[in-house]
Write a protein that binds this ligand. Structure first.
Ligand SMILES: [Zn+2]
Length: 396
């Protein structure tokens, strides 16, 4: 085809138009994002008494990554926005772009920047999933934290009612036992991230999603903690990051990235002193057969070893399996930070006695040549695809 015949991307394909449907405090906040001729609706719904308050900060946090990923050059919206938030947005975009050169840096037009008033608020929130990082931040700052915030649609799919109910029951129990108010929210933001731009939730999306959710609660909180996923020794591009999270703040609401100075092993050692953590800890995101912790995936196994190092594995009632060495040897170390976690576990295990076999298995896993890992990954994908085809034959 002649180069001249290729149509240029129309201007509207490079613009994203945002309209916030309601700015009143309510149980549900909906906003619409028009991009490349398609409308996308994003909702956040409070499932308890807490009211949400729609604002441009939340909408921009929702829109920015999908816009950057899909080549958008301009985001158009209206309303008054925090000057601090808007100024930081350029740095946020710059950081994301430094991680992925293919991203664009759209300009934001139509907003009126203002110095938001700092209301006299004293509630402090924490995004809480029941995992190692958020349990650590909750217990460490339990005198200061007044509320824990749980969001359905982040690590558990909205459609999975069984798992949602199972997990939230425990979140509620933790809130009751530690005398914290529990805020329960559901959202389809992850669906929006996947539909527009196919964003990877871990490596990009979840930090912006936390900011979008947090701003809806800005009339209530002066500060919201975001528990760090990684420690300073393993700085990698990640959606929630010590260089990013605080930049989502406004004059009125501060986001604090917490626990960055502590390794996962140290965090597990800390939370192992608390029965409430050992009885409710949840780290698995694979959840086969809606299991709370499967005990077989990389994250479950890595955490079980962390607990073993702290002599707390037997006391942790949410893991009902022994560490399966054969299962460890089958793991595919296809992410840099998996290797980092294995190395940290080896270093700590070497300080203990009676764990030679486990150390040997972990070292062998680390020595896996890259091509083997790639091959294994490809083979597993193909095998699963074949199994699904066979299943569909038999089921039809
Ligand atoms: Zn698992």
């Amino acid at each position: 085809m002649n180069k001249k015949m290729i149509p240029e991307k129309s201007k509207t394909d490079q613009q994203m138009i945002i309209s916030l449907k309601s700015t009143e405090e309510s149980q549900i906040v909906e906003s619409e994002y028009i991009f490349a001729g398609k409308k996308h609706n994003v909702f956040f719904r409070s499932l308890g008494d807490t009211k949400l308050s729609g604002n441009p900060e939340s909408c921009i946090a929702t829109a920015i990554l999908p816009a950057m990923k899909t080549g958008c050059k301009e985001i158009i919206t209206t309303g008054e926005v925090s000057q601090r938030f808007l100024t930081s947005l350029a740095t946020i975009q710059y950081i994301y772009k430094s991680w992925n050169q293919a991203l664009t840096e759209p300009t934001i037009t139509g907003l009126k920047p203002i110095q938001k008033s700092r209301y006299n608020k004293n509630r402090v929130g924490l995004f809480f999933s029941g995992g190692v990082d958020s349990f650590y931040s909750l217990l460490k700052h339990q005198d200061e934290i007044t509320d824990i915030i749980f969001v359905h649609g982040f690590d558990i799919k909205l459609e999975n009612k069984i798992m949602r109910e199972k997990v939230f029951r425990r979140i509620k129990k933790v809130g009751e036992q530690l005398d914290k108010n529990v805020i329960e929210i559901e959202t389809n933001i992850q669906h929006f991230f996947k539909t527009v731009g196919g964003l990877n939730w871990g490596e990009y999306g979840h930090g912006a999603a936390l900011a979008a959710t947090g701003h809806l609660l800005s009339p209530l909180f002066c500060r919201i903690y975001i528990a760090s996923s990684h420690e300073r020794g393993e700085v990698i591009p990640w959606g929630s990051h010590y260089v990013l999270d605080h930049l989502w703040s406004s004059e009125d609401l501060e986001f604090v990235h917490d626990g960055f100075g502590y390794s996962r092993i140290k965090k597990v050692a800390f939370i192992s002193n608390y029965k409430i953590a050992l009885e409710n800890l949840r780290v698995c995101w694979k959840n086969p057969d809606n299991s709370y912790n499967c005990g077989e995936c990389e994250k479950c196994l890595r955490t079980m070893i962390n607990l073993k190092i702290s002599n707390a594995l037997e006391k942790c009632t949410t893991f009902d399996k022994e560490i399966n060495y054969k299962q460890i040897s089958k793991l595919i170390i296809n992410k840099e930070f998996y290797g980092y976690f294995i190395k940290s576990n080896i270093i700590e295990l070497e300080k203990t006695e009676g764990n030679d076999e486990l150390i040997k298995v972990l070292k062998k896993l680390l020595s896996q040549p890259t091509w083997t890992k790639k091959f294994k990954k490809r083979w597993t994908r193909r095998k699963n695809r074949l199994i699904n085809i066979f299943k569909s034959w038999f089921l039809n």
